[in-house]
Design a protein around this ligand. Structure first.
Ligand code: MTE
Ligand code: HPA
Ligand code: MOS
Length: 794
C-alpha cells in the first residue's frame, strides 16, 4: 500500500496523549544543574542609572549573577544586531532582561531576584502606532509595491471611499513557553537543548554572544509545544542566557520562562493600521487602490521588515486591481519586539483588503460575494499580481463557485435577511472570503535545506533534517516521503531530533515550507541510496541471461523488484544486507533549493513564491444587540492542498489554523495600560477560543481540481494559510454591523470583540455620508491601538 496520502497519526500522537512526549522542562535535571531566570525592566523606557546585585549575590544557593558587562558580545538580534542580551544603558520595554540570576534551586533564584535593585530614570514611552507616527519613530525605510498609477486612476474612478482600519496583535499562546537547557562540553563547547523553530540561529547567536566559534555550539530541538512563529527568532535570547551561565560555571543551566513572563515579555503578531483609498465602479469592480500600512514593530527590528513585506505581498488578497499602490512602514515603539506569527503579516494584508471589499458592498448595497467574484484573479487574464508574479493554475474562481454552492450561500443569505427583519435581540451577518497565500520565504536565500538519511542493516531508516517539529506533523510527513522513495513502510522510518550537528546552516521551520524544503531534501537523500541499491538489485534480476539495468528496479511494499517482471524481487532488508556486504554506502545527504523564486525588494517586483495555497471560507455569525457578544454559527471551509501527503495531519492543520485565526479576529485583545504594561497577560484576561467557541456546524472539504506542478512534494503547504480563512468570520461580523443599519458606514476594527461590536452597534450616530466626504479624513473615532478601551460607549 502506498504510504503517500495515508492519514497516518502524528509522529508523537501516542506520546502526546500519554504525556510521554518530553518537552524541554520535562528533561530530568542533570547533575549540578542550575536554574536561570532574569529580572526584567519594570518600565517601558528609561535610562539605567544603577544596578545593585550585592544582596542578591549574597543569597544562599546563588551561583552567578550576570549583567550586560558580563556578556562577551552583548549586541544581538536575528537580522540586525539592534538588541542587547542584557540591557546596558537603556531599557526599551517592560520585561526586557536586565540581570540574569543563576542558582541551585528555583526558590533560591526567586528569592534573589527580589533583591536585585535596578534604578531607572523613566522616559516617556511610545506605545502605539499613532504615537510613533507623530514622533516619526520608524524601523527601516517605507517599502512600496505598486502597479500603474493608483493616484491618477483614483481620480477618474466612478466612486471612491477612504478609511482607516486598525488590526490587533495576537499572543502566540504556545503551551510550552520559551525554554532552553545548556550543557557545557569539553574545551569550551556547549550543547543547547532549545524549544526553537530555528536551531541554526540559536547556534550562531550563542556563538556570537559567547565569542566562540559556531563549531563549538550544537543546538538540538526534539520538539516544541507549539511555536506558531513565536520561536522563529525569540527562542534565542533565553538560550543565550543559559549558554552564558553554562559556559561561565561549567555546569548545566536551565531556563524556562513562566507563562505570564513569556506572555508579557516576548513579541507577538504585529498590530497594524491601514489607511486606504479605493476606487470602484457602480457594479463593484475595483479600479484603483492605495493602501498605507503601518505596523507596531516594538523596540527592535526582529523580523518586522520581512513581515511588512509579506503584508504588501498579500495586500491584494485574491483580487486583481489594475492600478494599485501599497506602502508599508514599521513603527518603533516601547513594546517587546513583535515577531513572526502564523501568516507572517499576510493575515493583516488580507484583512485590510477584505475590509475594503465589505465597505464597497455596504456602500453599493450589494452582496459582498458578488464584489469578490467580480474582482477575483482570473485564469488566463487578470492573473498577474501587483509585484508581477503570474498566478498559474489559479483554482480560486472554481473554489469560490463550488463553496458558494455547497455551503448554500444563497439560502443562508435569505435566511440571514429574514432573521434580521424578525429578530429583536440579535443581528446576523455572513461572508464568503477567499485566501491565496504565497508559499516560500520571501528572502530567496532561506529557501534551502539539507537532509541526512541513514539505512541500517535490519532495513530500518533514520532521517535528520533541519526542520523542527512543533506539532504541525512535519515528522510523519517526512517519514512518509522517505518510506515512499524506498518502498518501505513509514513504520520503518524514524525522524531524529533536529540538531545542528547533523544538518548545518538550516533555515527556520517557517513560512509553511517545512515539508516542502526538508521533505524534498530528504527525498533527494533517499533517492541517492535508492539509486545505489538499484544497482545492487539489478544484478539479482537476470532476464533471459541478461542482467537488469538499475532503471528496471522499482521499490514497493518492502521489496525491490524488476518492473518488467515483478516476480523477480528481493526483500528490501536482504538487499540492504547484500549492499553492505558489497561495501555500498548506505547513508546519504540530500540538498534542496527551491527553484524559480526571486524577489527584488528595491523594485518590489519578482516571483517571490513557488506557488500559492488557496482556499475559501464561509461563515455566519450572530451578534447580541445588547451585549455585542459574537457567536459563530456556521463555518464551511474549502481548501486546495493538491495531492496531500497526509490528509489527517492536514485536516488538523486546517481546523487548528482556522480556530487560531478565529481567536485573532474575534476575542483576542491585547490591552496595555498607559505605561506599557500588558494587562491582558493570562488566560483569564486574554480570551483564546475554547471548544465551545467552535460552531457545531463546522465543515471542511478538499478541492481537488488542480494538479499544480509547482507544489514541491505534490501536496501543498498547509501550515499558515488556514489561519487566514478565519477572516471570513470577521467579514461576517462586519456584515452584521452593516445589516444592523443599512446606509450607515459599517466601520469595524479587528478583532471584533464584544466591546468593539457593541461600540459599533451603539455608536450608530455616524450618518450615511456621501463617499466624497470621506476623502477629507478619517472615519469614526476610535481609541488608539493599545489603549485601554473606554467603557463610556455603552
Ligand atoms: N501547528 C502546530 N500544531 N503548532 C505550531 O506551532 N506553527 C504554524 C504551522 N502549524 C504551528 C503549526 C506555523 S507559524 C508554521 S510557519 C508552520 O506550521 C511551520 O511548519 P511547516 O512549515 O512544517 O508547516
Ligand atoms: N515567512 C516566515 N518566516 C520568515 C519569512 C517568511 O517569508 N522570512 C523570514 N522568516
Ligand atoms: Mo510561521 S509564522 O512562518 O513560523
Amino acid at each position: 500500500m502506498p504510504t503517500l496520502g495515508q492519514p497516518l497519526p502524528h509522529d508523537s500522537a501516542i506520546e502526546h496523549v500519554r504525556g510521554e512526549a518530553a518537552y524541554i522542562d520535562d528533561l530530568p535535571p542533570l547533575r549540578g544543574e542550575l536554574i536561570v531566570d532574569f529580572v526584567g525592566s519594570p518600565i517601558a523606557l528609561g535610562n539605567i542609572s544603577s544596578i545593585d546585585t550585592l544582596a542578591a549575590r549574597a543569597m544562599p544557593g546563588i551561583v552567578l549573577i550576570l549583567t550586560a558587562a558580563d556578556v562577551p558580545e552583548n549586541s544581538t538580534g536575528p537580522v540586525f544586531h539592534d538588541e542587547e542580551v542584557l540591557a546596558s544603558k537603556v531599557v526599551q520595554y517592560v520585561g526586557q532582561p536586565v540581570v540574569a540570576v543563576a542558582g541551585e534551586t528555583r526558590a533560591a533564584v526567586n528569592a534573589a531576584m527580589k533583591l536585585v535593585r535596578i534604578q531607572i530614570e523613566p522616559l516617556l514611552p511610545v506605545l502605539t502606532i499613532e504615537e510613533a507616527l507623530a514622533k516619526k519613530q520608524f524601523i527601516g525605510p517605507t517599502r512600496k509595491i505598486a502597479r500603474g498609477d493608483a493616484g491618477l486612476a483614483l481620480q477618474s474612478s466612478e466612486y471612491r471611499l477612504t478609511g482607516e482600519f486598525a488590526i490587533g496583535g495576537q499572543e502566540h499562546f504556545y503551551l510550552e513557553s520559551q525554554a532552553t537547557i545548556a550543557v557545557p562540553g569539553e574545551s569550551g563547547a556547549v550543547v543547547i537543548h532549545s524549544s526553537t523553530q530555528h536551531p541554526t540561529e540559536v547556534q550562531s547567536l550563542i556563538g556570537r554572544a559567547l565569542k566562540i566559534p559556531y563549531a563549538q555550539v550544537v543546538c538540538i530541538c526534539k520538539r516544541m509545544g507549539g511555536g506558531f512563529g513565536g520561536k522563529e527568532t525569540q527562542a534565542a535570547q533565553p538560550a543565550i542566557l543559559a549558554a552564558l551561565v553554562a559556559s561561565k560555571t561549567r555546569r548545566p543551566a536551565r531556563i524556562v520562562l513562566g507563562h505570564e513572563q513569556d506572555f508579557a515579555s516576548t513579541g507577538k503578531r504585529h498590530p497594524y493600521l491601514s489607511r486606504y483609498e479605493v476606487g470602484f465602479t457602480k457594479d463593484g469592480k475595483i479600479t484603483a487602490l492605495k493602501s498605507e500600512f503601518y505596523s507596531n514593530g516594538g523596540f527592535s527590528a526582529d523580523l518586522s521588515l520581512a513581515v511588512m513585506e509579506r503584508t504588501l505581498l498579500h495586500g491584494d488578497n485574491a483580487y486583481h486591481i489594475p492600478d494599485v499602490e501599497l506602502t508599508g512602514t514599521v513603527c518603533r515603539t516601547n513594546l517587546p519586539s513583535n515577531t513572526a506569527f502564523r501568516g507572517f503579516g499576510g493575515p493583516q494584508g488580507v484583512a485590510a483588503m477584505e475590509n475594503v471589499i465589505e465597505e464597497i458592498a455596504a456602500f453599493l448595497k450589494i452582496d459582498s460575494l458578488a464584489v469578490r467574484r467580480l474582482n477575483l484573479y482570473g485564469q488566463a487574464k487578470h492573473n498577474i499580481t501587483p509585484y508581477g508574479q503570474v498566478i498559474h493554475h489559479n483554482p480560486l474562481p472554481a473554489i469560490l463557485d463550488r463553496l458558494a454552492a455547497t455551503c448554500e450561500y444563497a439560502q443562508h443569505y435569505h435566511a440571514v435577511t429574514a432573521f434580521n427583519i424578525k429578530s429583536k435581540t440579535h443581528w446576523k451577518g455572513l461572508a464568503l472570503t477567499p485566501v491565496k497565500f504565497g508559499i516560500s520565504f520571501t528572502r530567496r536565500t532561506l529557501n534551502q535545506g539539507n537532509a541526512l538519511v541513514n539505512v541500517y542493516l535490519d532495513g530500518t531508516v533514520q532521517v535528520s533534517t533541519g526542520g523542527t517539529e512543533m506539532g504541525q506533523g512535519l515528522n510523519i510527513k517526512i517519514r512518509q516521503l522517505v518510506a515512499d522513495r524506498l518502498g518501505i513502510a513509514a513504520d520503518s522510518v524514524r525522524v531524529m531530533a533536529t540538531s545542528t550537528e547533523k544538518n548545518n546552516n538550516t533555515s527556520p521551520t517557517a513560512a509553511s515550507t517545512g515539508t516542502d524544503i526538508n521533505g524534498a531534501a530528504a527525498v533527494r537523500a533517499a533517492d541517492a541510496i535508492r539509486d545505489r541499491l538499484a544497482v545492487v538489485a539489478a544484478r539479482h534480476f537476470v532476464l533471459d541471461g541478461l542482467e537488469a539495468t538499475p532503471e528496471c528496479v522499482d521499490f514497493a511494499d518492502g521489496w525491490a523488484f524488476d518492473h518488467r517482471d515483478p516476480s523477480r524481487r528481493i526483500a528490501f532488508v536482504k538487499l540492504v544486507q547484500d549492499a553492505y556486504e558489497k561495501r555500498v554506502d548506505l547513508g546519504a545527504r540530500g540538498f534542496f533549493a527551491t527553484p524559480g523564486v526571486d524577489f527584488n525588494r528595491e523594485t518590489g517586483r519578482g516571483t517571490p513564491f513557488k506557488y500559492f495555497t488557496c482556499g475559501a471560507a464561509f461563515a455566519v455569525v450572530k451578534v447580541d444587540r445588547f451585549t455585542g457578544e459574537l457567536a459563530v454559527e456556521c463555518v464551511d471551509l474549502l481548501m486546495d492542498l493538491g495531492k496531500m501527503i497526509n490528509p489527517a495531519i492536514d485536516r488538523g492543520q486546517v481546523i487548528g489554523g482556522f480556530v487560531q485565526g478565529m481567536g485573532w479576529v474575534t476575542t483576542e485583545a491585547l490591552i496595555y495600560n498607559a505605561k506599557g504594561h500588558l494587562l491582558s497577560d493570562s488566560a483569564t484576561t486574554y480570551k483564546i477560543p475554547s471548544v465551545t467557541d467552535v460552531p457545531a456546524a463546522f465543515r471542511l472539504d478538499w478541492f481537488d481540481g488542480t494538479d499544480d506542478p509547482n507544489a514541491v512534494c505534490g501536496g501543498k503547504a498547509v501550515g499558515e494559510p488556514p489561519l487566514l480563512l478565519a477572516i471570513a468570520v470577521w467579514a461576517a461580523a462586519k456584515n452584521a454591523i452593516a445589516n444592523a443599519a443599512p446606509g450607515r458606514r459599517p466601520t469595524l476594527d479587528l478583532p471584533a470583540t464584544g466591546e468593539e461590536m457593541l461600540r459599533r452597534l451603539t455608536a450608530g450616530t455616524t450618518p450615511a455620508e456621501p463617499p466624497e466626504k470621506h476623502l477629507q479624513g478619517a472615519t469614526s473615532a476610535r481609541p488608539p491601538i493599545g489603549s485601554v478601551p473606554s467603557t463610556a460607549v455603552v
